[in-house]
Unconditional design. Sequence first.
Length: 240
Amino acid sequence: MTTGGDVPTMATVTIWNEYRHEREDEAVTAVYPDGIHETLADALADDHDVTTATFDEPEHGLTADVLERTDVLLWWGHEAHDEVSESVVDRVHQRVLEGMGLIVLHSGHYAKVFKRLMGTTCSLQYREDGATERLWVVDPGHPIADGLEESIELPRTEMYGEPFDVPEPDRLVFVSWFEGGEVFRSGCCYRRGSGRIFYFRPGHETYPIYEHDAVRRVVRNAVEWARPTDGAPRTFGERE
Ligand code: ZN
């Protein structure tokens, strides 16, 4: 939250992780022994007020109180998208419209709340082959690209390919090239209501993507970009 003056306090970040693969699949446990949420928390802990929430907590850990004090919500999910409760989706959706930032990671493209915010299927092509990905910064002046080189190389990834069925992004920050020849819009910025949304592709659970310095830098930059600003009141309905 900003304090009303010009000096912003630390952003309050909630990292939501489904947290199933890490507990069910040894290959994933080996990469993320404490869960993807803890690795992301480690990337943000120095200069953010970070809490984590997971699917199995009551209300998936996303109570009204938690969301009310969240400036930016990160979302990682994959196998349990359909089991996420509609009331929690409603609550997250409403908070985004009110100004909460939302960063949707990797397989979160199929999260109920992301599909609702986009209004499209959010479908894509994929291939899990552990081949190289190069993310090109296509908007070098964008704050989410601060401090990066002109591209980020990830030696082993799952491929996502176009067409990616999302609305045209307001700004496109990254385009990925894959060894197999496919390309993908990997860093997409949107506004919905007063909220800023960033979709960021990397993060397949069997590769240590969130340990990569440049990826962690992108996540930190995206949190700063997605923070709510004071703005003006959202007042609707009949006027006297
Ligand atoms: Zn994946």
